[in-house]
Ligand binder design. Structure first.
Ligand SMILES: [Zn+2]
Length: 257
């Protein structure tokens, strides 16, 4: 592991989820993939996945619309608003667009960012750019949503900072990423499904996501712990698989500019 320096603080890594290809920084505890394939390899992985977006969900966003609708409502509740009317929102790494669609249904004006699936999203009527830099400079967001994206980045604090730069002064940002300190991760170890996905380059914990948010300049952020009751209607909406995967398996943070 000694040749792999922590992308966050530059220290060396100890063995951690090593069979799955990761190490953990001895200093800041960031869990990061060792021997990351070059950008060309990752481009190839995503390009192949997007050739069949409905069947390669680990790379193209597997969250179904019904789930996203529940998350969008919980997000509104966490922000103490009824809906997103009048707000310009960004869905960064929109995948197949279910979260963008759920936000639109709640009145938000959504701009999606999706480097690989942008044509697919545009075909579904969602305003989409390939990169954040392509969004016209005068556009500032009231809110940003980014679900299952941070784990795909080598140095997510860089994108977190670029996103913060596009937030209005009272803007908010919501990030969701797998929880490497959660129950599923601890039970699964090297066989945790999030560790097995080749596109996952960092696996965050409450400690390391806080480091990343701080480095990106967010001074105020909090972890959201959403309780989702298992009433019959919700059980139906979410599906059995989501309950099995466990909400503990996800880190959800709300950060303010
Ligand atoms: Zn480190």
């Amino acid at each position: 592991m000694s040749e792999d320096r922590c992308p966050f603080c530059g220290n060396d890594a100890a063995l951690y989820l090593a069979t799955a290809g990761f190490g953990r920084c001895r200093s800041c505890s960031l869990i990061f993939r060792a021997n990351v394939s070059g950008p060309a390899d990752l481009d190839e992985l995503y390009a192949q996945s997007w050739a069949h977006p409905e069947t390669n969900r680990s790379e193209t966003g597997g969250t179904e619309l019904a789930h996203s609708q529940v998350y969008a409502r919980l997000l509104a509740k966490s922000l103490a608003v009824n809906d997103f009317r009048g707000l310009t929102l960004c869905d960064f790494g929109a995948g197949r667009g279910s979260m963008a669609q759920a936000l639109i249904e709640l009145g938000g004006e959504v701009i999606a960012i999706e480097p690989y699936g942008h044509e697919y999203l545009i075909s579904r009527g969602i305003k989409t750019y390939k990169t954040l830099a392509d969004v016209p400079a005068q556009v500032q967001f009231d809110g940003i949503v980014s679900v299952s994206v941070l784990e795909h980045l080598r140095a997510p604090w860089q994108e977190l900072e670029q996103l913060r730069d596009r937030l209005k002064s009272k803007g908010w940002a919501y990030f969701a990423t797998p929880n490497a300190a959660g129950l599923a991760a601890r039970i699964g170890g090297n066989r945790w499904r999030e560790a097995l996905r080749p596109g996952h380059l960092v696996l965050l914990t409450p400690g390391t996501i806080a480091n990343a948010l701080s480095k990106a300049g967010y001074t105020n952020f909090k972890r959201l712990k959403w309780y989702i009751g298992y009433r019959r209607g919700i059980r139906k909406a979410l599906g059995y698989s989501l309950q099995l995967s466990g909400f503990d398996g996800e880190l959800r943070y709300l950060a303010f500019n």
